[in-house]
Ligand binder design. Structure first.
Ligand code: SF4
Ligand code: SF4
Length: 296
């Protein structure tokens, strides 16, 4: 694996999850040993979507390789691809020049539910790594096969067995048909709204949320991460089509579990649980999945 890292670093600027000041954050790395196997504090969205940037110019990007991204966070990019790849030039320029080396979690994280959405072993990846002690099990897409000369080929059965074992430890939630079960007039939206303080943390922490606001700032035109839960979202000179917080929260969950599913055949969630961890009032997206809508 160290040889692989060295070969990749000849072609890419290397970044990785690193332990820093008591947290796991992404930073420049120059050796495999620096890369943490723990999940980063924040979803690494900023590799592809900057929190705030001037969109009047598109700068050419360096080729980057990012080691240690967790599968749930990487899946967020594959979901975003379905909506914005080849449409958003900023995202597309960075996406096409970034190689992700995702680390598959050996054991379920607290609260996580990635198994509900196909994780933690992904079907789409650049280079996928599952470490057990000193052994590295690796799957590489054809594009990056060249870095694995001299490694032994596995038929993938190791990953299949691992996934079966992982799913017994993290039983998937029932998500089949959720897009039809969920109810527009469910009291759950008002119940969430009675607690929500409209801070937007759930969107900012989410590896699948890509909405942004656009505004002029002097001679720059900025775009900035936005949140569908904030009162200004979808506000226009004609008013706001979603004045109520319950309506805005419903929009958030409908986008993830109904609209995206119907248009892209995927749920816009990876089960990372970041929105739950960062919500100051304990609103849990898993309740939207497990709620009984049948009598509403
Ligand atoms: S669990 Fe929450 S933060 Fe994670 S992908 Fe789903 S909606 Fe986004
Ligand atoms: S993180 Fe929680 S309190 Fe903040 S906007 Fe999201 S649901 Fe509301």
């Amino acid at each position: 694996m160290e040889r692989v890292f060295a070969a990749i670093s000849g072609d890419f600027e290397t970044y990785g999850a690193v332990e820093k000041e008591g947290e796991v954050l992404f930073d420049r790395v120059h050796s495999l040993a620096e890369v943490s196997e723990n999940r980063s504090r924040y979803a690494p969205k900023e590799f592809l979507i900057r929190r705030n940037e001037n969109v009047l110019y598109l700068e050419e990007q360096q080729r980057k390789a990012v080691f240690g991204i967790k599968s749930c966070d990487l899946k967020g990019f594959y979901l975003m691809d379905r909506q914005i790849l080849n449409r958003d030039p900023f995202y597309t320029e960075r996406r096409n020049k970034t190689l992700f080396v995702n680390y598959v979690c050996n054991t379920p994280c607290e609260g996580g539910f990635c198994s509900s959405f196909g994780g933690p072993v992904l079907d789409e990846f650049d280079i996928q790594v599952l470490r057990e002690g000193n052994d590295y099990h690796i799957m590489a897409s054809d594009k990056y096969d060249k870095y694995f000369n001299g490694c032994r080929n596995d038929d993938g059965s190791y990953f299949t067995d691992f996934k079966r074992k992982f799913n017994t430890e993290m039983p998937p939630l029932k998500v089949d048909g959720l897009e039809s079960r969920i109810k527009w007039n469910s009291p759950i939206w008002k119940e969430f709204a009675s607690r929500c303080i409209s801070c937007g943390a759930c969107n900012y922490s989410c590896p699948t949320c890509y909405c942004f606001d656009l505004y002029d700032d002097g001679d720059e035109r900025k775009r900035e991460w936005d949140s569908c839960v904030l009162s200004g979202f979808t506000s226009s000179s004609a008013g706001n089509i979603r004045n109520g917080l319950d309506e805005r929260l419903r929009q958030r969950f409908y986008h993830k579990f109904v609209y995206f599913k119907k248009s892209k055949d995927e749920f816009l969630c990876t089960g990372c649980n970041r929105c739950v961890e960062d919500c100051p009032v304990g609103i849990d997206i898993k309740e939207v999945i497990t709620h009984d809508y049948s009598n509403e």
